[in-house]
Design a protein around this ligand. Structure first.
Ligand code: SAM
Length: 191
């Protein structure tokens, strides 16, 4: 039997699998090299769609190539713009949004997500979520921007009305070197 609590990324992937099915709409707010975009495209099936955002042209190019190789490109809309502008591009309700925050490990470490734009994007994503839909944020606090982003997100999630959203955080208390944390914001389903 596999461990469930190995790290934030594996837990997030498990949630994606349980939340997404054929025909769903998902958003990758930090496309990078396209690992998450490709994974989401595989889960939403032929009838689904994945919007993917990044501010770096190199991310757009490498994700496009990757999706083409995997024959998943038709399921994606790749957008060279900040996730804080999501409202300009996504005009339909979505089932799942993922943010893998910080910088590209093998890229320019100065190009990183920032607390102001991340919070703005999360606020806009809340308005796009379907009932039962979810926002997943993988948060890295090992660098200075990441520390500030983590604090801002912790404060922000405290303000969410529990009648509207289930907000939870998973952090590994016994791992060294600032392991990533996972924040989940699920929109309450009202029968
Ligand atoms: C940790 S990486 C993402 C890794 C990616 N999910 C993958 O599978 O390779 C974070 C990415 O966020 C991007 N980013 C930074 N600020 C952004 C913004 N305002 N909107 C969208 N993407 C942003 C960076 O360019 C970087 O590629």
């Amino acid at each position: 039997m596999k461990n469930i609590f190995k790290n934030a990324i594996e837990i997030a992937n498990g949630i994606c699998k349980s939340k997404l099915g054929n025909g769903d709409i998902a958003v990758d707010c930090t496309m990078g090299n396209g690992n998450d975009t490709a994974f989401l495209c595989s889960l939403v099936g032929e009838k689904g769609k994945v919007y993917a955002f990044d501010i770096q042209e190199e991310a757009v190019i490498s994700t496009g190539k990757r999706l083409q190789e995997l024959k998943l490109l038709e399921r994606a809309e790749i957008i060279l713009d900040g996730h804080e502008n999501i409202d300009k591009y996504v005009k339909e309700d979505v089932q799942l949004v993922i943010f893998n925050l910080g910088y590209l490990p093998k890229g320019n470490h100065d190009i990183t997500t920032k607390k102001e734009t991340t919070i703005e994007a999360v606020q806009k994503c809340l308005g796009l979520l379907k009932p039962n839909g979810i926002i997943l944020l993988i948060v890295y606090s090992g660098h200075e921007n990441g520390k500030m982003e983590k604090r801002a997100l912790d404060s922000f999630t405290l303000t969410l009305n529990q009648k509207e959203y289930n907000a939870a955080k998973i952090c590994f208390t016994n791992q060294i070197n600032n392991p990533p944390e996972l924040i989940c914001i699920e929109k309450v389903f009202k029968a």
